[in-house]
Design a protein around this ligand. Sequence first.
Ligand SMILES: Cc1cc2nc3c(=O)[nH]c(=O)nc-3n(C[C@H](O)[C@H](O)[C@H](O)COP(=O)(O)O)c2cc1C
Length: 191
Amino acid sequence: MKTSLGAVTLAFPLPAFLVGSYDANGRANIMTAAWGGIASSDPPCLSVSIRPSRWSYAAILANRAFTVSIPDSRLAAAADYAGLVSGRDHDKFAQAGLTAVRAEKVNAPYVGESPVAIECELYKTLDLGAHTLFVGRIVDVKAEEGLIKSGGGLDMAGVDPIVFNSGGDYHRVGESVGQAFAIGKSFKSPK
Ligand SMILES: Cc1cc2nc3c(=O)[nH]c(=O)nc-3n(C[C@H](O)[C@H](O)[C@H](O)COP(=O)(O)O)c2cc1C
């Protein structure tokens, strides 16, 4: 038995992306964005939905660039802080004790303490109403050396990313329940 919750913006779980940009004065800023994810494989794209009222909004449009840093569990409070105050009147990097690292390939900063950072150039925007969808073309991904698996993927336990429980709290990711593109094969009918 399921209960209808109506037309609410509930998907589960959500990321807690730290979106980095330089404002018009060249100051590094981050904002938390839960509404985002990978949007295309080729070109490799990632999207974040941002309200026009955010300080980051004009900054990303002006530089046509942003980064996404993925916070680990140690950065949960900093990630929350980045979503509570605005870069309009706060230096969130300094106040949260974070290091702003200039991205190598785009004009935006990322969080040095974050295990993974994604560099994006603004590719497309789509005004959806309350939010504008920013689609970034991924030009590079930076990950701590020790977290890269031999096959090229990332060691999830090592990254220790946090996810956002819509409207609630932040969580760690639990244990693996099976190999992707493999465990489903058990349902394939024999040839
Ligand atoms: C967990 C969490 C998720 C958030 N997700 C979004 C989001 O996806 N889009 C958005 O526009 N604001 C989102 N916010 C709010 C912004 O992060 C917040 O308004 C922030 O102060 C904007 O910073 P800025 O003005 O420096 O750009 C979120 C806040 C939190 C705490």
